[in-house]
Design a binder for this molecule. Structure first.
Ligand SMILES: [Zn+2]
Length: 88
């Protein structure tokens, strides 16, 4: 643990409890906001472009890519750079 100004800096293990709350929810009903157009929708309502290794989910308003999920021999990967937030 180190001090950074007035905020304490810990490692990511200290956020495990909070992150577990965020990642245990019904993903289909979670709300996602598009970073391109600002629209918000349930993940289950997005347009899915399925591929053999995974899925690309696009905004129903502007067609921007919001989520890409891929399963590889090295693990599962989730990329969400097109989304502003995901809310359970
Ligand atoms: Zn959009």
């Amino acid at each position: 643990m180190t001090e950074n100004g007035s905020a304490r800096v810990l490692d990511g293990n200290a956020a495990a409890g909070l992150l577990q709350q965020l990642f245990v929810f019904d993903i289909a009903t979670a709300q996602i906001q598009c970073g391109a157009c600002g629209s918000t929708a349930a993940v289950g309502s997005l347009h899915l472009y399925a591929a053999p290794m995974g899925a690309v989910l696009r905004c129903t308003h502007c067609d921007s890519i919001l989520m890409t999920a891929v399963h590889t021999p090295h693990g599962c990967w989730l990329e969400m750079t097109g989304a502003r937030y995901l809310r359970s």
